[in-house]
Each structure stands twice: as C-alpha cells, then as structure tokens.
Design a binder for this molecule. Structure first.
Ligand SMILES: *Cc1c(COP(=O)(O)O)cnc(C)c1O
Length: 311
C-alpha cells in the first residue's frame, strides 16, 4: 500500500492517524513543475520543464523523500539502519527523518579511517540529528556487512542510497505526477532506484533518460534488476546516456562547473553539483545535438539541492 501523504498545509482526516508515517512531515506533493525559458533549448524547439523534487521537504529533499517514505512506513518506528559514504545525501535524509519522526537511526559509513578524524559537515549533521555512526573499512562496506558487535535484531535495514523495492515503488509516483505533462523525463542516476521507479510510473508515449554520475557502465543492469525485483520485469521506456559522468562520482571539470554556475546565475535556481549539474549538462548537450524533435517537452527532475544552500 502506498504511504499516506499529505500536501502542504493539509492535515490527516480525523481518524486517520498517520502514526509513524512520513505523511506527518507534510511533504510538498505533487512537487511543482515549472517551465523554464532557456535559449539552449528553445532554439531547438524544445520546452524545458523543471520537476522541482528539491522542494518536497527541507530536510528530506527530492528522491530521498520518495525512496524513504515507503520504507519509514514499513519500519513503523523501529530503529532504521542504513549505509552511505561520507557525504551521503541518503544518510543525512535518514537521520533527519529519525529526528523529525522520533525513531532511532544508525548509519554505517564507508571508510574506517574516518573514525579518527573530525566529522565532516554532512556527518556532523547526521550526528546532530541523533544518528549513531559506525565506520567500516571498504571491504566490509562492499560486502554490506553489519557492524561487528552490534545487535541488529528487530532493526529495519535500508540498503545504500535507499534503493530497495519499497523505494522503487515510491519513485513510481514521480512518473505518475508527469502523465500528460512531458514527453521525455531526465534524471541523474546514482544507484538507479529513482530511474527504475520513475520509468515504471510513466505512461505510453513517455520515455525516461537516465544520466549516470558514476563511471563503470553497470547501471543499466542495476536499474533492470531493481525493476525485476519490484515489478517482475523490465518496465517502461528508458535508457541511460553514459557520456556525462565527467570521470566518476563527485568528479568535475571546469566546463561542468561553468555550466552549473551559469545556470544558477541565469535562472536563480541552486544547482546541486554531484548529480543535478551533470543531468542538466547532459540535457543541454542532447538538445544541441538535435536529440529531441521540435515540440518535445523535456522534464528535468531536480532531485536535490546543494548541501551548503541556506535552509
Ligand atoms: C541520491 C541522489 C540521486 C541518485 O538517486 P538514485 O536513486 O540512487 O539513482 C540523484 N540526485 C540527488 C540529488 C541525490 O541525492
């Protein structure tokens, strides 16, 4: 069953106590869809729209909300244990949810060397939100090993990046919110959970394009297997364009940085650099290459905000 969600300012109907449900956080759903006047697109007859998932919730923005919400409903107040890197948006969102909804959280962090250093701002925020942090070496992390000596009985375990079957189901709503409003939908891809759900939620004639932000070429198989697990088959019309990762996760280049800074300046919208910048850059290149027939409505999913942005 989908989680109960309530729009801004709405309150649950009497008798519908959302309990530990994430609906208590009053997400802005459906997220706004904003047309954007950008000459790099209009020149090719392409209408660019921004799907502002970054506005869903101040502490659980973007796809992190969509992926966590069904998991928090399933966890029903139990301790949530999950995994992430030192700058993981997913860890920060999980920690914030724990603080706001009042359930315990545990973060297993990649890199045992970090245990002996001051926390970076992202992990400091997790700790301030009450998350218990365990640092594990890279091999144990890859093996998805639970921290030795920690009794995890009764805990609700969410995988790295939050991408499990419940999360993929949660992201299907993103696709459904775009029925009739866009022809192509673009999203940045980390673990692939968001694309897997989005593509399944779209309707006939709509397609999704994923822009991987890491290198390796394994993500098509990952997205397909997430869909296999969630829906029993590869679902929807989607593909990846692997040309815009700029060498790997969190890697950048002067050209990408200039593009992102220019986009912020022109449109007054903060551009998150690890994911969103690469997706927008890729879209602009696709438009320039004539990949979209004139008249195409392209929705770019703004999956998050810069971590340093105020608020
Ligand atoms: C986590 C994240 C993604 C990647 O989502 P996946 O479901 O892991 O592919 C994209 N954009 C932002 C801003 C994120 O924080």
């Amino acid at each position: 069953m989908p989680p109960a969600v309530h729009g801004p300012g709405q309150v649950p109907a009497p008798g519908q106590d959302p309990g530990f449900g994430p609906g208590r956080l009053r997400p802005l759903l459906p997220s706004p869809l904003e047309p954007l006047d950008d000459e790099r697109f209009t020149r090719h007859g392409v209408q660019l729209l921004l799907k502002r998932d970054d506005l869903i919730h101040p502490d659980l923005p973007g796809n992190k909300w969509r992926k966590l919400a069904p998991n928090l409903t399933a966890a029903a107040g139990r301790t949530v244990l999950t995994f992430g890197g030192a700058y993981s948006n997913h860890l920060r969102a999980t920690a914030a949810a724990g603080r706001l909804l009042g359930f315990p959280t545990i973060g297993v962090v990649r890199g045992d060397e970090l245990a002996h250093r001051p926390l970076n701002p992202s992990l400091a925020q997790c700790a301030a939100d009450g998350m218990r942090l365990y640092f594990v070496d890279r091999r144990a992390y890859r093996a998805k090993a639970l921290p030795a000596g920690l009794d995890t009985t009764g805990m609700y375990v969410v995988p790295e990046g939050g991408s499990n079957t419940a999360a993929v189901h949660g992201c299907r709503t993103l696709g459904r919110e775009l029925h009739g409003l866009a022809d192509t939908v673009a999203v940045a891809v980390g673990t692939g959970g968001t694309l897997a759900g989005l593509a399944a939620g779209l309707t006939d004639g709509q397609r999704a394009v994923g822009i991987p932000v890491l290198r390796g070429g394994f993500l098509t198989a990952d997205v397909a297997s997430l869909q296999q697990a969630a829906f029993g088959a590869r679902t929807g019309d989607w593909r990846l364009d692997d040309r815009f990762h700029f060498g790997g996760y969190a890697r950048t280049a002067p050209e990408l940085e200039a593009f992102a800074a220019g986009f912020e300046e022109l449109h007054r919208i903060p551009v998150e650099r690890v994911y969103v910048a690469k997706m927008l850059y890729g879209l602009a290149r696709l438009a320039a290459d004539g990949a979209f027939p004139p008249g195409t409505r392209v929705a770019a999913v703004i999956t998050g905000r810069p971590a340093t942005a105020p608020g």
